[in-house]
Design a protein around this ligand. Structure first.
Ligand code: G
Ligand code: G
Ligand code: MN
Ligand code: NA
Length: 254
């Protein structure tokens, strides 16, 4: 399995695809947003998840090609869903350091969504904590500031996995913080719960929205809700599915 070769072929053969995982309100379980996750469909119809080609997503010469593919599908899909009146506030797209290094991320995003008539406010750009950590020259910080002034929303992904997580919130103002699954996993044990509580208190002061990730059990959902967490994502609410399956789900919820 040569990753870059597999991905190059998949791009050429149009087998790179955005799947969508729901992000819900914990109290009503209504879908508020979707996270777009990159998938490859093999010749025989199998689905390869992004984890298996993470190397390509980070690659300087290939990462932006995958991101462009994701952005244009997401723009088209989101435009369709909004026109059909789907009760959906946003779709979030993951970007990597390779995208920031490319230098024209802000323009690429702006163009593709305006081509499809999608307002910037319906788009969330997810940036992982590791990208923030590598930003010595504040190039990422500058791009994020510009994107937010364009009306795009920005989410800090995998929050809590790096050191100095709290410092990042001061240096990089964002709209959404996604609490990493590792804290949700350790919630019933105690420590994770304390940390989530502290983050929620801080969020209230900073005017950021918190999304808990990787929620798999009803017990976790209940504990999060008791702590005052309003939004969550995870297998309990749904896995990532393709455009057609998500369309059915959204129109059912209408
Ligand atoms: O979907 P999955 O669990 O396989 O994702 C594994 C990792 O790949 C996650 O960290 C996720 O954020 C990342 N990922 C998924 N889709 C994309 C994408 O389109 N671009 C980037 N940069 N990362 C993605
Ligand atoms: O790094 P990021 O948060 O973007 O990663 C999202 C990844 O987490 C995706 O690959 C998605 O498939 C995976 N994921 C989403 N919900 C759950 C969950 O409830 N449990 C587990 N184990 N993985 C999840
Ligand atoms: Mn993400
Ligand atoms: Na994450």
């Amino acid at each position: 399995f040569n990753t870059l070769q597999t991905v190059t072929r998949a791009l050429a053969e149009n087998r790179v695809e955005a799947f969508y995982q729901p992000i819900v309100r914990l109290d009503t379980r209504q879908i508020v947003g979707l996270e777009a996750l990159c998938r490859i469909r093999t010749d025989d119809g199998q689905i390869i998840s992004a984890g298996a080609f993470a190397e390509a997503l980070q690659d300087l010469s290939m990462g932006h090609l995958l991101t462009d593919r994701m952005l244009s599908q997401v723009a088209r899909d989101l435009s369709g869903w909004l026109h059909q009146g789907a009760p959906l506030h946003y779709v979030s797209v993951n970007v990597s350091m390779a995208d920031f290094d490319q230098g024209d991320l802000r323009q690429r995003i702006g163009e593709v969504f305006s081509q499809h008539g999608v307002p910037a406010g319906n788009v969330v750009i997810e940036v992982t904590e590791s990208v923030y950590m590598d930003d010595g020259d504040r190039k990422v910080a500058g791009t994020i500031e510009d994107m937010r002034s364009d009306g795009l929303k920005v989410a800090l992904d995998d929050f809590g996995t790096g050191y100095a997580s709290l410092t990042h919130l001061l240096n990089f103002p964002v709209d959404i913080v996604k609490i990493d699954k590792t804290f949700v996993d350790r919630m019933s044990g105690g420590a994770g719960e304390v940390i989530i509580k502290a983050l929620l208190d801080m969020a209230a002061g900073l005017d950021v929205r918190i999304v808990a990730e990787g929620v798999e059990t009803a017990d976790q959902a209940l504990r999060l809700q008791r702590l005052g967490c309003r939004y969550a994502q995870g297998y309990l609410f749904g896995r990532a599915v393709d455009h057609d399956a998500m369309t059915k789900m959204l129109l059912q919820a209408k």
